[in-house]
Design a protein around this ligand. Sequence first.
Ligand code: ADP
Ligand code: ADP
Ligand code: MG
Length: 675
Amino acid sequence: MIQSVLIANRGEIACRIMRTAKRLGIRTIAVYSDADRDSPHVIQADHAISIGPAEVTASYLNSDAILNAAKQTGAESIHPGYGFLSENSEFAAACQARGITFIGPSSEAIELMGNKRAAKLAVEAAQVPCVPGYAGIEREGSNPDERQKQREDDAFIDAAATIGFPLLIKATAGGGGRGMRIVDAIDAMPGALQSARSEALNAFGSDELILEKYIESPRHIEIQIFADQQGNTIHLGERDCSIQRRHQKVIEESPSPALSSEQRDHMGAAAVAAAKACHYVGAGTVEFITDPEGNFYFLEMNTRLQVEHPVTEWVTGVDLVEWQFKVANAEPLPLKQGEVTQRGHAIEARLYAEDVQQQFLPQTGTIKGVNLPDLPHCRIDHAVAPELTVSPYYDPMLGKWIAWGEDRASALQTLITLLSQTTICGVTHNRAFLLKLLKHEQFQQGHVSTHFIDQHSDTLLQAGEIEPLYLMATATFLSQPAYPPYPRREAGTFQRSSALKREILLTLSHNGQRYPLRGQWIDHNRLQWCTEAQQERFITQAIDFDATRSTLTLSVNGVTHKIAIAQSGHTLFIDTEQGHLILEDLTYPTHSILNGDLESEADSGSVTAPMDGKIVAIYIEAGQRVAQGDTLMVIEAMKMEHPVKARQDGLVSRIDVEAHQQATRNQLLATIDGA
Ligand code: ADP
Ligand code: ADP
Ligand code: MG
């Protein structure tokens, strides 16, 4: 029996695996990078051991460091979680070679399924329907010369003409929604092949590609499978993961609102056949794409625990991590196929640190205030904590908010309640966006495809001007002498006690817009505010501030509100159902000088880094003419690539970075001289 487990991961999944391990009496060992010293997974583990610097290649992807940590702590087994080394066949083999149990399938199964080309060929042989396409010709060596590449490209272009358009170019080693190109016409093939190859090589270390027919208006439906060492393979029903952005899942649910029980049986049988085709052992997911006619096609198999596994756990009543330990202990599966039941409906929403309004750009920052409600039929798998830094090194997912109900409508309503009562201040996240999605009528009716977010972007992504309530909350918060202790306040710039009659002048800014406010104490509790134009008047009173929940209770014109608000220096964070708002207190002019954002707003010829990250491509040269909207560079952070675009027409007068250089947020990358 396994007595100890090292979890080669971080964040919510490390915490989730530990929860089951502890319940089973298994000693838990966390590993952490320099950036994660004080993270929840480190605090929750029985033992924790450092594995290196923040960069993933030096720590969480560093097999040697992890294997050394296992040796040093006497770990009998390693659970890889998802991402990182979970689908690395060499790592699984290295564990085995050292007598450490890898909680997952065999190295051979990982290798086979990790290659989209090999996987499709293997499952096709087992009669599993695959997306029509072209798997390419097998390469003779790992380093093809230019002529061989040209031959491959020609074969791809010929195959494309047969498959028809639109089609999808995929990296065989791809994952996480990356390395895909939609191609609409044959003329675009050569360019698309070239750029897909270079992205694939850069991101996955292999430029091997496949082609697939692009299924229009599809749903993504996947089957959870489980196999033991005795040769039993079963499935635990499906998850519908059609709500995606950038081909990455945002909302997942089980059962799928689009599947009949007959279709479920078919798809389940196909998934079991796919798993058997690679002699699979352990937990795995077979992903399918379905077309509006109800046909389904194999996409890929993920040979690990999936991010969205909790929805399956909830409807089937199975703890999938417990089963992983059982199978690793060579126990048979606790249930036979006929004994698997699905009860009720579960929905999960992924909370990401990202700016929905800026093409879902990942966000970094320090969490200042957290309020996680404890409600019946709800589960939050997270690793957030006050003062935790969301760094640019790792995936921006903060956790998963999950709800269960007897039926879909009640599960949905419970999840909406759970998310409405959650607040996290300090780093911009997608909570408000998730709420809009869950409340969307079409989604509520279950009428969605993988394009849902794009199709409804006008309603889902619209951002209005900040509501006066939040300006009033900020102004009231800043006017309380007890919080926040600005240095300037101590210097006595204004003191309420000595100068009740004195005016408070504040300048707040949000999204580059300035909001000058004039306040006057009416008595010791109440303030009267007017906007600079004197058009609106508000009477506010701070009633209470709950520091542990970062919640300000205030009244505005006689109505009481609870506002999640937190502060860091001159920056204030408010988490609302309108979005996570970041306001700057610009009352003193020095702040605007310190604030890089405003400077860059003012000068659209300065091209600055939108975030911390690595410059992976530079498309411009000094002296080149560019037009507004042109992509100038690509910056990569948190495993995602983001275009840096020109904000004006002009001539590139200088470039301040080189490819592969690390850049910090707001760093000047290039300068464009206007016409
Ligand atoms: P899952 O398939 O488990 O639902 P995803 O499809 O979102 O998870 O991501 C696949 C794997 O890639 C996960 O293990 C996740 O940790 C990792 N991942 C998530 N986001 C990215 C990304 N932007 N780029 C590369 N890998 C990612
Ligand atoms: P990854 O390994 O990055 O998860 P997948 O092959 O699983 O790649 O595809 C991820 C997502 O991309 C799918 O969930 C779906 O939204 C979209 N997709 C993949 N293949 C197709 C296709 N042939 N037609 C339409 N959409 C597709
Ligand atoms: Mg996938």
